[in-house]
Design a protein around this ligand. Sequence first.
Ligand code: CTP
Ligand code: CA
Length: 223
Amino acid sequence: AALAPASRALAGRHILVTSGPTQEPIDPVRYIANRSSGAQGTAIGAALAAQGARVTFVTGPASVPPPAGVEVIRVETAAEMLDAVRAALPADAAIMAAAVADWRVAAASDQKLKKGEDGPPTLTFVQNPDILAAVAGLSLGRPRLVIGFAAETENVLEHARAKRRRKGCDWILANDVSPATGIMGGAENAVTLITADGEESWERMGKDAVAARLADRIARALA
Ligand code: CTP
Ligand code: CA
């Protein structure tokens, strides 16, 4: 028989994770999206499952495969991600690691847009729903712990603190994703955990290690 894991601190918990980018159609062959490999969200899903949690993993089209041992729900758009998240509740905790497209094209074309004499098309955007804020703001059935990410390229901590308050989530993981850091698309991450009680900067480490530490913190918070 396989050896039992050292600890199964999240056994009996249901945890929701969003991961990857969303893709918002322009026409049947084109979309807009954020850069996101899904690596950090996938590592978080795996770390939670390793601690015994039942994980619902709602993912956009990521470039890494989803973790084993979780329930995978594949979506494309932010609207679909919100629907899938709602359907997955209730949960003890929710971690929103997805890079959700902030805008979608107001009226995506049913037919492929063609080049022509009129020149390039002008796209009109509308704002997508904020999934993290929606879950954090639930008056009925809010997960006890709602966690977001703040991927920033400047004034990282200031933006992240404001984001935590604005969205009403419990914790936010701030990270600097400036191209020079190599974090986007890389194997490592350097995050600061921001809670109502204070801030903690974690040394730069593998995305798997960030995920394991986060899973450990979640287990303690839910205990
Ligand atoms: N998020 C979300 N739904 C959205 C936008 C963001 O759930 N429509 C979540 C992300 O998964 C992340 C957190 O909110 O956990 C912060 O995302 P971010 O893009 O940094 O924040 P925004 O509020 O979109 O602000 P901006 O992009 O303008 O910095
Ligand atoms: Ca955004």
